[in-house]
Design a protein around this ligand. Structure first.
Ligand code: HEM
Length: 441
């Protein structure tokens, strides 16, 4: 068996894992190497911290590994059988159906909506005013995903929708933190709040679905899914439509908003980088558009480097179906395998001076020599993020559109990364929005 730390007789390493997940994973990799073993109560777990080890699980032998059930089962009432959590043939079929909405040509059309949502939000900003950065970014990214994939205009009831999904995410985070859950049907306060959050999201999502029943093809993802029939001519069930919609709305806005929040934080700490980024944005003739993306190379590197240091999906996991072997170590069926982009992205074997924010490290030469799975903010293999091109484009366009007009000056303590369901910055996230004097926009 691979090496690992001693643990409590009953709990194993659960306490250390729960108290400081990021620190625990970092120490485990440092002290025990690329395949390290630990235990969460009765669950044997390995942390994989080298690209080769990760490759086995996510790519070359991926059919032997399913998303770890114990983690996702806790939030089944939210995600159902949506793309993020589904498995097997069912997942493959759904992925084929959803994929066209993310084709390159298709997402080019989304660029305008992404920039419009950003400009609209900035209309509310006044020079010198203090704003909650995460809140601002979330409101932009939520609107983007709702309009691009569901043709839903959420501005009217933004507050209601944002709150419903925020509470939903909070409930997900709370349940995932708990090692043992009281079954859903027992009416504890926690369970009641969870059920209420699910009901609120359901109401909103079914409303979006109902609005699509007018027979008009809006050219969005939901219209496409509603037009699909299986071999026997049956359309997708309302429940499946609901699961895909809620999954996309959740997976498609929270991670992107966090990537933006961390990017603004890093830029506020590195004015030299911010200045170069602003110059690139200023060199565009107008507000950024799809055709400008090839000119936003520095912006793209800034975002890439921010997601290296602060990967929004800091960890993901799998469960082994049958016995396997990884880098010479036996992996018994049932083992839980963890991959921590947080650990890989901060490994000095791949990223010299890893804690230094340096967008310039991303030269073509550097990328050619980087092991393929040393950098994986969007995962890898067949279950890689379906929205990665969408997200990359969205991040570059939103950052450039804001940089043309404003600079964000952090006015709170540095945020502390917290391993919730995603990598959330905690603490004050306030920044002063300064209208750039040079900006004529
Ligand atoms: C910076 C932004 C984003 C990050 C860091 C991110 C990260 C990830 C990661 C790491 C996975 C794989 C998880 C695993 O293998 O267990 C994933 C899957 C997924 N992501 Fe993203 N994502 C982002 C944006 C988006 C967007 C914009 C959408 C949709 C509009 C989206 C939808 C999904 C879906 C549906 C899956 C499941 C795919 C499948 O299993 O077939 N993501 N994402």
């Amino acid at each position: 068996m691979p090496p690992g730390p001693p643990g409590h007789l009953l709990l194993g390493n659960l306490r250390e894992f729960a108290a400081d997940t990021l620190g625990f994973a970092t120490r485990l990799a440092r002290d025990y190497g690329d395949v390290a073993r630990f235990r969460l109560v009765n669950r044997e777990a390995f942390l994989l911290s080298s690209p080769d080890a990760v490759e086995r699980v996510l790519v070359s032998n991926q059919r032997n590994y399913v998303k770890h059930a114990f983690f996702w089962r806790k939030v089944e009432a939210i995600f159902g059988k949506g793309l993020l959590t589904n498995e097997g043939e069912d997942w493959r079929r759904q992925r084929r159906l959803v994929q066209p909405a993310f084709h390159h040509d298709r997402i080019a059309e989304y660029a305008r909506i992404m920039v419009e949502a950003t400009l609209d939000r900035m209309e509310r900003w006044r020079d010198g005013e203090v704003r909650d950065v995460r809140g601002e970014m979330t409101s932009i990214t939520f609107r983007v995903v709702a309009r691009t994939l569901f043709d839903a205009e959420v501005e009217g009831d933004t507050a209601e929708i944002a709150e419903a999904f925020d509470t939903g995410i909070e409930q997900i985070a709370r349940r995932i933190r708990q090692p043992v859950l009281v079954p859903d049907w027992i009416p504890t306060t926690g369970n009641r709040r969870y059920a209420q959050a699910v009901r609120r999201m359901d109401r909103l999502v079914y409303r979006i679905i109902d609005e699509h029943r007018d027979g008009r093809d809006r050219g969005d993802l939901l219209s496409a899914l509603m037009g699909v029939e299986d071999e026997s001519g049956r359309p997708m069930s309302d429940k499946q439509l609901r699961d895909e919609t809620i999954t996309m709305l959740l997976a498609g806005h929270e991670t992107t908003a966090l990537a933006l929040t961390w990017t603004w934080y890093l830029l506020s700490r590195h004015p030299d980088v911010a200045e170069r980024l602003e110059q690139e944005a200023d060199a565009l003739d107008e507000v950024p558009a799809f055709a400008d993306l090839p000119r936003l190379t520095y912006t793209e590197r800034v975002v890439r480097e921010a997601m290296r240091i602060y990967p929004p999906a800091y960890s993901f996991g799998r469960e082994a179906l049958a016995d396997d072997e990884i880098l010479g170590w036996p992996v018994p069926a049932g083992t839980t395998l963890f991959v921590f982009p947080w650990v890989l992205h901060r490994d000095s074997r791949f990223f010299p001076d890893p804690l230094h924010f340096d967008p310039d490290r991303w030269t073509d030469e550097f990328e050619r020599h980087l092991p393929r799975l040393a950098y994986l903010p969007f995962g890898a293999g067949p279950r890689m993020c379906i929205g990665r091109e969408f997200a990359r484009m969205e991040l570059a366009l939103i950052v450039a559109a804001i940089a043309q007009r404003f600079r964000l000056e952090w006015c709170a303590e540095p945020p502390v990364p917290m391993a919730s369901i995603t990598l959330r910055p905690t603490g004050g996230l306030r920044a002063v929005v300064r209208h750039r004097p040079a900006s004529s926009r």
